[in-house]
Each structure stands twice: as C-alpha cells, then as structure tokens.
Design a protein around this ligand. Structure first.
Ligand SMILES: Nc1nc2c(c(=O)[nH]1)N[C@H]1C(S)=C(S)[C@@H](COP(=O)(O)OP(=O)(O)OC[C@H]3O[C@@H](n4cnc5c(=O)[nH]c(N)nc54)[C@H](O)[C@@H]3O)O[C@H]1N2
Ligand SMILES: Nc1nc2c(c(=O)[nH]1)N[C@H]1C(S)=C(S)[C@@H](COP(=O)(O)OP(=O)(O)OC[C@H]3O[C@@H](n4cnc5c(=O)[nH]c(N)nc54)[C@H](O)[C@@H]3O)O[C@H]1N2
Ligand code: SF4
Ligand SMILES: [Mo]
Length: 696
C-alpha cells in the first residue's frame, strides 16, 4: 500500500511504496520506495521490519541503478546473427508472441515434452516465479524442471533429519552463547543474520566458523576451522562421537525426541578425533576444542544455549545431503532445542508451507493424464545435447528461460553453451539484460523488475510474508513474467479462466490465512512460529521425533567427494588442487555483474591461492592464470593469499562469461555429477590445476 507524503515540497506528491527484495538471499528484506513523478527518490530498508531494521546491503541499496540501467532490454528482440552472437533486431510484442506461440504449438503437436521451461530464483516472488508460468507449462504438458541448482541436497538432509525445512528463528541467535557458523559466509550472504550474531558476541558468545576459506566472517569469529571441502560429514560424526564418549548427551531429549540413536552411535564410533582431524585436514587440538565447546553447552549443565547456522556452502559436494543431515542431529544430542537460542537453522522455508497456495498458483492438475518427463536443471549441459531415446524421452527442441542465467551458473558450462548453440533448438529468454544466456536466444522478451510489478514473498531466512507493490510504471515495453505467460496462453488458445488472473489477483491469492489488507498496510506479516519450536519435540515427521535413519533416506554416513586424492587418485595426480567457487560479495550469483559500480568493487574474476601452492608453481600475485582440468579452462586474476588453505583454491563467482577474462567463467571447470541426496550439483567438489596464462 502506498501512503501520500504530506511533507513533500514539490508540486507532484511523493508516495512511499512497500516492496520486498526479490533476490535469492535468506534475508528477504522489506523495502520502502519513495517515488515522485515515476522516479525513485529514495529506496531504503524498512526500519520497522525486525529482520531488515532499516538496512539494505550494498547491492540492493543501488537497485534503482539496475532498474534504470542504460543496457536494459526494453523491447522484444529477435535474433539476426548466428546462434550465440548476441545480435538482435527489435520486433513488436505481437510479432514476437505470435511467432513464439506458433513455434511452441508445432513442437507440442509432436510431443510437448520436447519443450523445457528453465527458471530459478532471479526473483523469489511467488507471482513472478512459478505462478502463471507454471500454469502455462502444465497446461502445455511441457517437461517438468527439477529445480535443484542451489538447495535441494540440504533440503533433503533436513527432510531426512527433521521432516521439513524448519529450524531456529534467526533473531534468537542473539540469545546464543555458542554459535557455529558452518559452511556460510554470513557477512557476505546473510548480512542481517550477522547483526544478531554481533549482539550475541557482545553478550559473551563464542563464535566458531567452519569453512575451507578464511572469509570475512571467519575473520570476525573467535575460532576458524579451515576444513577440506566436502569433509563436513566426518567432522559431524567426530563431534557426535566425542559427545557420546564424554557422556555430554541430553539423555531425556534423545529418549523422547530422537529416533535411531543406536544407528548414529554405530556410525560415529569409528570417527575418533584423530581420524577426523586427518580426514578434514585440521589440527587435532582445534577439533577437540570445537567438540568440547559444543559438549559443554549440553542442556542442563548451565552453559547452553548453542546454535548452529548451517548454510548451503557445505552441501555442494558429493556427500552434501548427508553432511547436512549429520550436522542436523547434533542439537538433538545435547538437547539444544530446549532453549530459543539453541538448535540449528539452515532454512526457514518449510514454516511457510501452511500459508502458501502453491496448488492454486501453479495448477499442477492442468497436467492430469499427460505423460510426465522431468529434467534436472543441474544437468542441462548434458540434457541439451541428448538425442531422443526411450530412457530420456524426446530430444529438447525448445527452452523458455526466465529468472535464470544457466549459461553462467550451471556446471560444466562449455556443454551448456554447446547445447544452447544447437541450430535446431528454439530458445526464448525473458530478461532484464542481455546476459550470457540471452545472447543464445532466438527471442529475448523484456521483463519488468521488482519496482514495476506485483509480488508476494516468503523467506528462507526469516518467518515473515513480505508484499511487493509496483512502485514505477514498467520501463519501455517491459511486461511482467506473469503477463508474458498470460499473453502466450491466449495465443495458444487456452481458455481455462485461470489464465485470466491478473498479477494483483495472483498476489492476493498467493498466500492463505494472511490478511492481505494488513499485509499491504504494514508491508509484512509474521507467521507466528513458536520461540523454541522443538523444545518438546514436535518435528514435522510422522512420529514427531527427529530421526537418524528412515526408509526414504536410508542410513546417514560420511561420503567423500567425487573428486579427491582418495576417490580418484589418478585424477588427483594431474589436478592436485581442490577448487571451491563461493559467490563474490558484491554480486548475487550472476546478477549485478553488469552493474558498473558493483563490478568496479570486485575488479576482476579472482582466484585465491595459498602461498605454499603458488611458490612451487612460480605464480605471482596479480598475474593472469589459467585454471584447468579435462573439462575446460578458466582465466582469471591470481591473488596469493592465506584466505585460501593449502591445497584448496577459491574461484570467486559467478561472473558473466562475456565480462570475465577471455570469455570464460568458473563453471568451465565444474562438473555435472550430483549429490548423494537431492540430485543437486557439486560445484565445490572439483579438482583443478593452475598455471600462468599463455598470451591471449
Ligand atoms: N552477496 C551475496 N549474497 C548471496 C549470494 C551471492 O551470490 N552474493 N547468493 C545467495 C544464494 S543463491 C545462496 S544459496 C546463499 C548461500 O548462502 P551461503 O551458503 O551462506 O553461501 P556462501 O556465502 O557462499 O557461503 C558458503 C561458504 O561455504 C564455504 N564452503 C565451500 N565448500 C565448503 C565445504 O565443503 N564445507 C564447508 N563447511 N564450507 C564450505 C565457502 O567457502 C563459503 O564461504 O547466499 C545468498 N546470498
Ligand atoms: N560455480 C558455482 N556455480 C553456482 C553457484 C556457486 O556457488 N558456484 N551457486 C549456485 C546457486 S546457489 C544458485 S542459486 C544459482 C543461481 O542461478 P540463477 O537463479 O540463474 O541466478 P542469477 O545468476 O542471479 O540469474 C538470475 C537472472 O534472472 C533475472 N531476473 C531477475 N528478476 C527477473 C524477473 O522478474 N523476470 C525475469 N524474466 N528475469 C529476472 C536476472 O536479470 C538474472 O539474469 O547458481 C548456482 N551456480
Ligand atoms: S540481497 Fe539480501 S541483504 Fe540485500 S537487500 Fe536483498 S534480502 Fe536484503
Ligand atoms: Mo542459491
């Protein structure tokens, strides 16, 4: 809802609009946009929203720069050059939509599963994400997309242990006395959580960071355990064993609220601190201190509460699902859940399940009776290059991309590029900019930004629903995703009344049991999650107990990386460095790479390498290097730094290929193998070698 500002001095009144940050970030900030004459005067975090508390990150405080960016695509474009050249001519909406509908109809007449929607979290909004788009593709009978590229391994780990994507409330970390930040660079990627950590620190909490990279977050914690990538499962088992042998268990909590303790005991016993320290590549003393700190927080010993902030960094490896699952069992062992400031948080998104009207928004029933084929978005490189076969189904003949930039973000990008460059593939991309993916399109359709459309947001870091009302008129000829799919549905002749719902109607229907007027007035509405939600058990499993093992997910264990000295010794001889590729702080995945002021802060694509690895390779800080393996070559600037641990290089992502060095980015060298649970990509499970770059 907008409120007229009576203090305005100018003739035209200013309005303040309630908005939400659309990005894939756990904080889901509530925003106030002050507008005059269809221009943004001010864009700020909502001071009244408890999680946002008036502050936006550097990236989004400049959101207006992105909206008014001179490079924005503001009219429909049709390819004139060769595939992938990025040369286009403007066309009218009617021409573009008529042609796209005709092409899709022709393919659908043979087999609609040859059409693939490809989308992720360019916007996390329920309306501009999977609402009208999902209705459209369900009615069409297109292939389904398994949206695994970010979080599905961790999600499976939480489902296995707790039965849902649920955990502590972020604000309660302020009450914790021990905080373990595990696989997360919170200062970069979860800034508002960090505020609560600082409060806890001021109140005497001890902070641990478990991360192969010495991040800015690790710098601010008391202790940093720089484990080798992908060894978190071994670490969790060793902590469990230490709790068991020192009898630092909350026996009552285990008896009442955990199923299968004996299975965990059996799996943990081989993992002595010595064995785990060797596997994880850390000092025995450090590991012992961590385990003992956690044990000292056992409920009832007077110390507690202990909180674990897991994040998605630890699950992008072969054993990532099980690692999350094992870590998630630790708070049950010490009864940490009994206190609001104790427990664990990976994602809060499961708390929203009762209010989300997904079935109404997405209408999977429109697909009823049709043959279903599902494609995993993380293997798009291979799948675009597959022929029709009985196992695979029809060859992909058309891709419609929205809210995603797969050419930059999907693994093994040389294959992704080759797939998109197929002459017989018809590609439509809904975008704000000519990204690496849009360059591959037959049609680029101009999409509105968050300030130009309606939306409703849930969150994976807090428990409030946040509204986003349009603040500006659509720029140029831009249309919202939902409108574009509505327009296409009409041309396809779809007459179900659901294809008439406009964006505001979709926003109104997106959540149930939340008063829409109150949501518009305040900008957000809390779900009302209990303070210590699992103090008395009540996990969303059939028994209400957390569980070590279960039929659907088997028995948890430590699973080493796909690529490592142990799993692939021959490969490790040729490519002895493990590479992780966490995001650069001033980008959001590949979003904002084209915003000059943010790119200038990042400078160039960087690879951090420890001096002990640089010296024998005779590599100098600042030189251009080539990171390579059998899959490809990635060029970037070398930074010799102790932010990297020996044996591990950090390739900060995710640059647009065309704005990187020699048209490459870090996903040239990553592979398409999947995680143990959740069918997710394993970006941080990747062996490489690094050498000085040859002259271009
Ligand atoms: N500024 C900024 N914020 C973002 C994003 C962004 O690109 N930029 N991306 C957003 C998205 S899509 C997501 S999913 C979230 C992700 O949120 P987080 O999961 O918190 O992501 P990162 O900040 O990358 O932190 C992951 C950390 O895990 C570490 N790591 C890598 N491998 C391992 C391992 O095997 N074990 C352990 N313990 N640690 C490991 C990395 O070094 C990195 O510091 O952040 C969101 N927020
Ligand atoms: N090597 C490596 N690769 C990674 C990762 C990593 O850590 N390392 N992280 C992975 C993770 S966690 C994730 S989540 C994925 C992210 O992958 P994506 O979800 O593809 O994220 P972005 O790169 O931010 O691209 C989103 C695109 O959506 C567009 N967009 C935004 N809003 C709208 C809208 O309203 N309408 C339309 N039509 N378009 C819109 C933006 O302009 C942007 O180009 O990348 C993954 N890739
Ligand atoms: S990216 Fe995250 S921290 Fe930045 S404004 Fe959006 S929700 Fe807030
Ligand atoms: Mo993500």
């Amino acid at each position: 809802m907008s409120e007229a500002d009576t203090t305005a001095a100018a003739d035209t009144p200013t309005r303040t609009i309630r908005a939400a940050c659309p990005h894939d970030c756990p904080d889901t900030c509530a925003i106030r946009v002050t507008v005059q004459d269809d221009q943004v005067l001010k864009l700020q975090g909502d001071p009244n929203h408890p999680m946002t508390h008036g502050a936006l990150c550097t990236k989004v405080s400049r959101y207006a720069e992105r909206v008014e960016h001179p490079d924005r695509v503001l009219q429909p474009l049709r390819r004139v050059g060769k595939k992938g050249e990025g040369r286009f001519e403007p066309v009218s909406w009617d021409e573009a939509l008529d042609d796209i509908a005709a092409r899709l109809k022709a393919i659908a007449a043979r087999d609609p599963r040859a059409i693939l929607p490809y989308s992720y979290a360019g916007t996390m909004g329920l309306v501009q994400g999977e609402s009208m788009a999902a209705r459209f593709f369900h009615r069409l009978g297109a292939s389904l997309l398994d949206r695994t590229i970010c979080a599905s391994a961790g999600a499976a780990g939480l489902m296995a242990a707790y039965g849902g994507k649920v955990g502590m409330r972020t604000e309660h970390f302020a009450q914790s006395k021990l905080i373990i930040i595990w696989g997360s660079n919170s200062i970069a990627s979860n800034l508002h959580f960090w505020t609560f950590v600082q409060q806890a620190k001021r109140n005497g909490a001890k902070l641990w960071c478990i991360d192969p990279r010495r991040t800015e977050t690790a710098d601010k914690c008391h202790r940093h355990l720089a484990i080798k990538p992908g060894t978190d499962g071994a670490l969790a088992l060793a902590i469990a064993r230490e709790l068991i042998v020192r009898d630092e268990l909350d026996h009552d909590y285990i008896r009442d609220h955990l199923e299968g303790f004996e299975v965990l005991l059996q799996k943990a016993m081989p993992w002595t601190l010595e064995k785990a320290a060797a596997e994880c590549g850390v000092a025995l003393e450090d590991l012992r201190e961590l385990a003992h700190d956690y044990g000292a927080a056992r409920h009832g010993t007077g110390a507690a509460p202990a909180a674990i902030r897991l994040n998605y960094g630890m699950q992008r490896v072969h054993g990532g699902g099980n690692a999350v699952r094992l870590a998630a069992l630790l708070p049950c062992l010490i009864g940490a859940w009994r206190h609001p400031g104790g427990g664990l948080l990976l994602s809060s998104s499961g708390w929203f399940a009762p209010v989300r009207a997904d079935a109404w928004l997405q209408r999977p029933d429109l697909m009823a009776g049709r043959p279903v084929r599902t494609i995993n978005m993380s293997t798009i490189g291979d799948d675009l290059l597959r022929e029709s076969s009985e196992g695979f189904g029809p060859k992909v003949e058309a891709v419609v991309v929205y809210n995603s930039n797969p050419v930059a973000v999907a693994p093994e990008s040389s294959k992704v590029v080759r797939g998109f460059q197929r002459e017989d593939l018809f590609t439509v991309v809904l975008e704000h900019f000519l990204t690496d993916t849009a360059d591959q399109a037959d049609y680029v359709l101009p999409a509105t930004t968050q300030l130009e459309h309606w939306d409703v947001h849930t969150s994976y870091g807090h428990t409030d629903v946040v509204i986003n009302e349009p603040a500006l008129r659509p720029r140029g000829q831009a249309r919202s995703n939902a409108q574009i799919f509505r327009d296409l549905a009409r041309r396809m002749g779809y007459d179900d009344p659901c294809f008439l719902d406009d964006d505001e109607a979709l926003a109104r229907g997106a959540v149930k049991g939340i008063d829409f007027t109150a949501l518009r007035e305040q900008g957000w509405q809390p779900l009302g999650v209990a303070d210590a939600p699992f103090a008395q058990g009540g996990f969303p499993t059939p028994s209400g107990k957390a569980r070590v093992a279960c039929a659907a997910y088997g028995v948890p264990d430590y699973i080493p990386n796909h690529e490592s000295a142990v799993s692939t010794p021959e490969l490790a001889q040729r490519y002895p460095l493990a590479m992780i590729s966490p995001p650069a702080r001033n980008f959001l995945n590949s979003t904002f790479v084209n915003v000059r002021s943010l790119r200038d802060i990042e400078g160039e694509p960087l690879l951090e390498m420890h001096p002990d690895d640089a010296q024998p390779r005779q590599l100098q800080d600042g030189q251009t290097v080539c990171v390579f393996n059998d899959r490809g070559r990635y060029h970037c600037r070398l930074r010799v730094s102790t932010r990297a641990r020996p044996g591990v290089v950090n390739g900060l992502g995710i640059w647009w290929r065309k704005l990187g060095l020699r048209g490459t980015n870090v996903n040239e060298v990553t592979h398409q193998r999947l995680t143990d649970l959740g069918r997710a990509p394993t970006f941080y499970d990747c062996l490489v070698e690094v050498a000085a770059a040859k002259a271009a």
